[in-house]
Design a protein around this ligand. Sequence first.
Ligand SMILES: [Fe+2]
Length: 230
Amino acid sequence: MIIETFITTLFQQNTRILACAETRRAVCIDPGDSADAIAEFINGNNLELQAITLTHAHLDHIGGVFDLHKIFPQAEIILHKDDEDLYYNLPTQPLFMGIPRHELKALGLEYEMPPRLSRYWQDGEIYGVGNLQFKILHCPGHTLGHVVLAEEKMRKVFSGDCLFAGSIGRTDLPGGDYEQLINSITDKILPLGDDVTVYSGHGDDTKIGHEKATNPFLTGAYQMTQGRFA
Ligand SMILES: [Fe+2]
């Protein structure tokens, strides 16, 4: 399995190319930006981009969809239906986050309307990329339609902004719900197994077992109210 990470946007988002080493079939998870560098990697490694696979529709995860899809128009764009409104509201997302309109350009947060979605993720579906098989798990809490992609044979999960090394996703933005996020992590992600490597939307990779043992949001180390630490 080929995994290449590109750190994009001022939010330091981990955009990734995942590819089957045998068949060269590939997907791009969460292109925040940097479409040219992503395309160079795809073409330079003789990969075929079959889809842009989105964990959720926050701007730092979808800001590069427009440019990447222009280069690879045959690639499907897949998102959970519950994040569709966020997706098509990309141009106004920075304003919802409280960023003044006159600062958007300087911050690189001026966005075009993203291209039409091809279809929606279904909870529990198995999504094939060559010989890789990703199980799609709906994990709401950070956003309504957040999903994670688990390659169980490879012992890897791509967790978007649900679970980070030492932390969890924020829940103070529209659609966020702290209790729901903890339930998603506990019921859907942790049961994948302690040895599974977690590739997050921000920050370093980690292992589920390590997070179970040390992540203060999962160990109960802190008494928390919704969104206070996220
Ligand atoms: Fe996010």
